[in-house]
Design a protein around this ligand. Sequence first.
Ligand code: ZN
Length: 320
Amino acid sequence: MIRSRKIGEVELIQVVEFIGPTHDLDWMLPGIPRSAFDANALWLEPNFWMARTNRLVFAMQLWLLKARDRAILIDTGVGNGKKRTSRHQTMINTPALDWLAAIGAPPDKITHVVHTHLHGDHIGWNTRDDGGRWVPTFPNATYFAPADDWTAFKTQHDAGTLGVHDAPFVDSVLPIADAGLLHFFSPCEEIADCLLPSAAPGHTLGQVTFTFRHAGEHCIFSADVLHSPMQVLFPKINSRWCERPDAARRTRLALIEEAARTGATVYPAHAPGVEGWHIVRQADAFAVRIGDARATAIRALAVAGVPAPMSMPLPKTIGG
Ligand SMILES: [Zn+2]
């Protein structure tokens, strides 16, 4: 599936490998009460949560920024034919490369691949199966990754302690490094003259977000800092996969505050839809507006207990 929107003359495209209610709420976001989701069901269903199964809706996807002279992939999804421990991700087979070709970005036209972090659902299309060998899918691209993630993952790989992250590292990162295509971010240096990485540690040690400013828009590709819009209301709640809990909470709150202060459009890595999220401060809490569905958003704010434009009392603190 392909979704897109224009930002000036740049096209922002989502290439969605699959989307659905895959992750059990209590397992993935332990600490947010089911009752909070029930209270917000009117706007969470069906795009972000399914009440009947109590599962979060996630998209596994590649983000593409396409300009006249550049085609930049932000993370590369799950990839085809890869053995994974997740039953949703193992040995999938999607026409993602056909979709990229259909939108004018076949593999040899990709100029940059940038990674927010090195978890398996963000690196999969780095490589493809070529007769039993994993070879770079985008041979003319420069691949960028956070150096701190590379060091941490490589050290654990060498020690045999990388666990579930080892197979993705072996089939989707090491072949890129072996081919001499892997580069690391330098602090304060824009990638492809348009993406500024910022340290966002916690989900992984080296995770980064990317800021993209163009045509008056300010966008933040926020990686896995946020998995659900309900984390805007409950910013202390980490996902199951956040490796450094305290850092992840600090990073999430800082990102939420920045987005509220600047009016940036936030693009979480697994967010369904290409509209982006807008975060607003409401006294000492936060609310989220998604897309142009103002009526839904206002209702969402109301049921979240945030008084805009209604006059419901604001809880002193929201979340854990
Ligand atoms: Zn992820």
